[in-house]
Design a protein around this ligand. Structure first.
Ligand code: B12
Length: 166
C-alpha cells in the first residue's frame, strides 16, 4: 500500500505586481543559524521574487554595504538564536540613520528572544525602533505569507504603505 501524498501548499499568485521584486535576506551579526535563511529564501522565491541571501553572522556595516550594492526592494532579517531582539534594534537604528537607506522596507522575524517560539513580546519595541513589520514565531508563518501576498505591502507593490504588524 502506498503512503498518502504530502499536502502541497501553493501560494496565491501575486496580483497587480509590475514584476518580481528583489528581496535581500540576512541574519544579524551574532546569529550563525543558516537553515532559517534557506527556508525564507525558498518561501519568498515561491512568490516569484528574486532573493539575495547574504547569510549568517552579517555585521551591521556589511548589511549596509550589501543594501547599497544590491538596492533591494525589501530586506528580510531572520534570527533564531535569542539575540535577534537586541541585534535587530541596533541594526534598524543603523539603517534608518543612513539617509539613502532610511526609507527601505525592512522586516524581521524568527525566535527573537530567549524563550524560543513562545516568545512573542518584542513586536511593539521592534516596530517602534523602525522595522516595517515583525513576525515572531508565536504568530506563525501564515502572517508572513499574508504579508507577501497583501496588496498593501509597499515593498512588493511599489505603492501604498506597509501592512501594520501590531
Ligand atoms: C541546528 C541548530 C543549531 C546549529 C546551527 C547550524 C546551522 N548551520 O544552521 C548550531 C549548533 C550552530 C547552533 C548553535 C546555537 N544555537 Co541553535 N539550534 C539549532 C536547532 C536544533 C535547529 C535550527 C534549524 O535549523 N531549524 C530549521 C529552520 C528551517 O527553522 P528555524 O530556524 O526554526 O526557523 C523557523 C522560524 O523561526 C521562522 N523564522 C525564522 N526567521 C524568520 C524570519 C521571518 C521574517 C519569518 C517570517 C519567519 C522566520 O521560520 C523558520 C521555519 O519555520 C534549533 C532547535 C530547533 N529544533 O529548532 C536550535 C536553536 C535555534 N538554537 C538555540 C541556541 C540557544 C543556540 C546557541 C546560542 C547555543 C549555544 N549556547 O551555543 C548557539 C548560537 C550560535 C550563534 N552564534 O548563533 C536555541 C534558540 C533559543 C531561543 N531563541 O529562544 C534553539 C531554539 C534551541 C533551543 N530550544 O534552545 N544551533
Amino acid at each position: 500500500m502506498s503512503a498518502a501524498a504530502p499536502a502541497v501548499i501553493t501560494p496565491d499568485p501575486l496580483p497587480d505586481t509590475t514584476g518580481p521584486r528583489r528581496v535581500l535576506v540576512s541574519s544579524v551579526s551574532s546569529d550563525s543559524h543558516t537553515w532559517n535563511l534557506v527556508f525564507l529564501q525558498l518561501l519568498i522565491e515561491e512568490y516569484g521574487h528574486t532573493v539575495i541571501n547574504i547569510g549568517a553572522c552579517v555585521p551591521d556595516d556589511l548589511l549596509v554595504a550589501e543594501c547599497r550594492r544590491h538596492r533591494p526592494d525589501m530586506v528580510v532579517i531572520s534570527s533564531v538564536n535569542g539575540h535577534g531582539y537586541l541585534d535587530g534594534r541596533r541594526l534598524i537604528a543603523r539603517l534608518r540613520a543612513e539617509p539613502d537607506l532610511a526609507g527601505l522596507p525592512v522586516v524581521i522575524g524568527g525566535k527573537l528572544g530567549t524563550r524560543g517560539a513562545e516568545d512573542g513580546g518584542h513586536t511593539r519595541a521592534l516596530i517602534e525602533a523602525g522595522f516595517d513589520a515583525v513576525f515572531e514565531d508565536s504568530t506563525g508563518i501564515g502572517e508572513f505569507r499574508r504579508y507577501l501576498a497583501a496588496p498593501g505591502t509597499r515593498a512588493l507593490r511599489g505603492a501604498g504603505s506597509a501592512v501594520p504588524a501590531l
